[in-house]
Design a protein around this ligand. Sequence first.
Ligand SMILES: Nc1ncnc2c1ncn2[C@@H]1O[C@H](COP(=O)(O)OP(=O)(O)OP(=O)(O)O)[C@@H](O)[C@H]1O
Ligand SMILES: [Mg+2]
Length: 310
Amino acid sequence: MVRTGYYAPNIKTSFSIRQVENGGACIHKMPANRSRQALTTGSTGAGIKGKEETMTDVILETRNLTKEFKGFTAVSAVNLQIERGHIHALIGPNGAGKTTCFNLLTKFLVPTSGQILFNGKDITMDAPAQIARQGIIRSFQISAVFPHMSVLENVRIGLQRKLGTSFHFWKNGESLKQLDQRAMQLLEEVDLTGFAHTTTVDLPYGRKRALEIATTLAMEPELMLLDEPTQGMGHEDVDRVTALIKKVSAGRTILMVEHNMSVISGICDRISVLQRGALLAEGSYEEVSRNPQVMEAYMGSTSAELQGAH
Ligand SMILES: Nc1ncnc2c1ncn2[C@@H]1O[C@H](COP(=O)(O)OP(=O)(O)OP(=O)(O)O)[C@@H](O)[C@H]1O
Ligand SMILES: [Mg+2]
């Protein structure tokens, strides 16, 4: 997959610079082990000379992704590139189109135009179940938990869902044992071992989110989509779930919508900012939080602090 970007030879670290829709440019630090250098094919490069094109390992890409609702454009020609292994945040003021974007990516909505590519394959017309089978799993939706079952049973159901009809667990005691072992491993991963036999409805709120992450992990996601994972939580739960997201991101890619800027600054590698359906800026937290257009979008003022913005 070819990725437009630039290599700045006079700067020690490699940066990619990307032009976004409104003409603004942003700089994105690219760890050397995640990027490969290739020859430039020529483009608009924001004033840096002697550039080479940087190729990154893109797991998910959108090309001019657009969604209109009866003439109203909720998502407008969005070009996203999610790098494999990243925790990538989608942020923006209320009504910016974040959830609509998520719904397009998971096929809960059909785009009006544009393309979605997963691992280089066009999945624009695929059905939601096909997307899930390929490894794009959205948490807090597919993984809705059953409140009157135990925590362990909920994870086991997630595993059975993944295994589908090929796994006749009820016919074989040994298989059932393996399923329980795997479920316990997943509970350990999200620090819920002590709650295995708790009825789900009795779990504290933050722990329920941890369970939802475990049931998502049961689906073996390559790309996890989290829509506001810390929404409605107190400080302690926010910290726990943030640490958990960081932990489970190992070997996976995460795309999350999040309003809490301290969560974003703490764990996200890259941020895309949407405003009125269009991509406004992209970059690291440091970059986008200093971007005057982003501040303006959030606070209506270029001098405002983004930190703590909703
Ligand atoms: N089914 C729909 N029909 C008509 N308009 C819609 C529909 N879904 C979303 N919209 C509109 O599209 C715009 C984007 O909505 P969306 O929910 O994607 O925003 P968001 O960034 O997720 O906002 P929030 O931060 O409040 O969750 C809004 O103006 C919303 O009213
Ligand atoms: Mg939303």
